[in-house]
Ligand binder design. Structure first.
Ligand SMILES: NC(=O)C1=CN([C@@H]2O[C@H](COP(=O)(O)OP(=O)(O)OC[C@H]3O[C@@H](n4cnc5c(N)ncnc54)[C@H](OP(=O)(O)O)[C@@H]3O)[C@@H](O)[C@H]2O)C=CC1
Ligand SMILES: Nc1nc2c(ncn2[C@@H]2O[C@H](COP(=O)(O)O)[C@@H](O)[C@H]2O)c(=O)[nH]1
Length: 487
């Protein structure tokens, strides 16, 4: 990346402070851009879901991995539950979405309460042994089928029996065409009479655009986080036994001796059990932090102190660094050592992802933006205006600290709660236009593909080399914002 007209700034910059200028480009289509991450994980998309309890669970992980990104299961989740989640993600189909299944005698009220768990908008009615996974679809129910029906009626009374069925080897185009011809939104994939998954029309389009992030055995990829306290080596061992694809060693102040000690444990276990698994460590915002953690064993550095949407660190402590400059400096230092960085936090628009990648990030970590989606872990609520939302909270909030210290005495927990650096409750509204995480991924990916073509880049390493960035005033930023009503 270079600064426009060589104007290297003397102060640090946020994403909002900068813009990119177009350059002469030989890339004639946005579809010619390869977005494979440059962080050594080589996921098909450079997107990582932040290890936050209100956001990243198994539904998020499998959905994002199906589109080429990776999610990190948080360190506050007990190790056994993380191992179970990883196993479920590994068992998920790499192409078809996991169906919401109910029995024929389930009430409509119960079936509809399950619907918001997934974005595909359909419940599959099944018969057979759900434990063994050998179930056959006998009908489907969508919200349109239950309008004016009694909530205590059973699904078999209203289910559609003549639903669109496809074989698992049907191409996305065939599935799209079948659904269009039958005026249906979602197909049920069946193999030897057994339910395998579901696919919407949009899902068919996405299957033709994205490649899943898979491990050597062909299963979806997923990562898990480890804190710096407690039995670091033991948790690392369990996570590797559970087939985690990446280990994220995470704490607010990553440039501290305790992190270096923890990294030593993680690295020792990783080297013995799974040398190919990458260790990500953070958070840091300086070249010194990067170099110390690389020396301690990190393969990828997580960069960002204070840019997160749930974060109060900068107001509490004055510590942090404007994120664009933090990523730029850390990426330079990491690259010089043959390593890479993840830009963590502060992403609110597709442009922020593009700028992080232009600054040299190998992947971009997103938390709060993904909180307001069907796939995040929280329950779905509706406000008095009828808007759907989920509750989110920071991992250093009093709420998260209370959960993290649940094994300690009441006194110790209360004292730990005094050191909060995050918001305990925030409403993250689902965008009616983009209520699922895949909708947000489409939005981000279309923006980033386009950014690359403006820079004349076919890959993300070319993008980080060719991007030309200028510095703008607040009114320069404001000018670029669309108007949804006249002025
Ligand atoms: N990216 C960011 O800007 C930030 C991210 N977070 C996220 O919150 C989560 C919880 O992290 P964390 O609060 O580190 O909790 P952890 O449970 O990981 O523990 C932090 C450990 O570091 C010690 N410590 C020393 N200095 C600090 C400091 N300035 N801030 C915090 N701990 C310190 C703590 O001791 P003691 O409690 O005795 O001081 C404790 O032993 C993580 O996911 C982290 O990424 C949190 C804040 C900022
Ligand atoms: N200072 C705090 N930072 C936090 C907290 N919880 C999470 N985080 C950091 O934010 C990013 C995600 O950023 P977002 O803008 O996409 O939401 C996450 O990965 C952490 O590094 C917190 O309580 N305090």
């Amino acid at each position: 990346m270079r600064f426009l007209k060589g104007n290297v700034p003397h102060h640090d910059l946020t994403y909002n402070d900068v813009f990119m200028v177009p350059s002469r480009s030989g890339v004639s289509s946005r579809l010619d851009v390869d977005l494979t991450s440059t962080d050594g994980l080589a996921t098909p998309l450079p997107l990582v879901v932040a290890n936050m309890t209100a956001i990243s669970g198994r539904r998020m992980a499998e959905t994002v991995a199906r589109r080429g990104g990776i999610a990190i299961i948080p360190q506050d989740i007990p190790t056994g539950i993380v191992a179970e989640s990883i196993e479920k993600v590994k068992r998920a189909h790499t192409v078809f979405d996991t169906p919401i299944m109910v029995r024929p005698d389930t009430t409509l009220g119960e079936a509809m309460s399950l619907l918001p768990k997934r974005a595909h908008g359909m419940v599959v009615v099944v018969e057979g042994d759900r434990k063994s996974g050998h179930v056959s679809p006998v009908g489907i129910v969508t919200p349109a089928d239950v309008i004016d029906e009694d909530r205590f009626a059973q699904v078999h009374e209203v289910m559609i029996r003549d639903f669109a069925q496809v074989a698992t080897d049907a191409s996305p185009r065939e599935i799209f065409d079948l659904l269009t011809a039958q005026h249906q939104e979602c197909a049920v994939a069946v193999e030897d009479g057994r339910l395998v998954g579901v696919m919407t029309r949009k899902g068919a389009l996405r299957s033709a655009l994205y490649n899943p992030a898979t491990d050597a055995s062909g299963a979806l990829r997923v990562g898990a986080a480890v804190g710096i306290n407690g039995d670091v080596a033991g948790r690392t061992e369990r996570l590797l036994e559970g087939r985690t694809d990446v280990l994220v060693v995470d704490t607010a102040h990553g440039h501290q001796e305790k992190m270096i000690e923890a990294l030593g444990h993680v690295r020792r276990v990783r080297d013995a059990m799974a040398p190919d698994v990458r260790i990500v460590a953070g958070n840091v915002v300086t070249a010194e932090g990067v170099n110390d953690l690389i020396e301690a064993g990190a393969d990828v550095l997580k960069v960002g102190v204070g840019p997160g949407a749930m974060c109060t660190t900068r107001m509490q402590t004055a510590v942090g660094r404007p994120q664009f400059s933090a990523v730029l400096e850390c990426a330079e230092a990491a690259t010089a050592a043959g390593k890479s960085v993840w830009a963590d936090g502060g992403v609110r628009h597709p442009r922020d992802v593009a700028l992080a990648l232009a600054a040299g990030a190998g992947s971009v970590m997103i938390g709060s933006w993904f909180a307001g989606t069907h796939e995040s872990t929280g329950a779905l609520y509706t406000d008095p205006q009828g808007r759907m939302y989920k509750e989110s909270f920071g991992m250093a909030s009093a709420r998260a600290v209370r959960m993290r210290t649940r094994d300690q005495s009441g006194f110790d927990r209360a004292r730990a709660g005094l050191f909060e650096e995050g918001i305990s409750s925030s409403k993250m509204f689902l965008d009616p236009e983009r209520p699922g995480v895949e909708d947000l991924i489409d939005f981000i990916v279309s923006g980033v593909r386009s950014s690359c073509t403006y820079a004349g880049a076919r890959t993300l390493s070319e993008f980080a080399e060719l991007a030309t960035v200028g510095i703008q005033s607040p009114s320069g930023y404001e000018e670029g914002r669309p108007l949804h009503a006249s002025w």
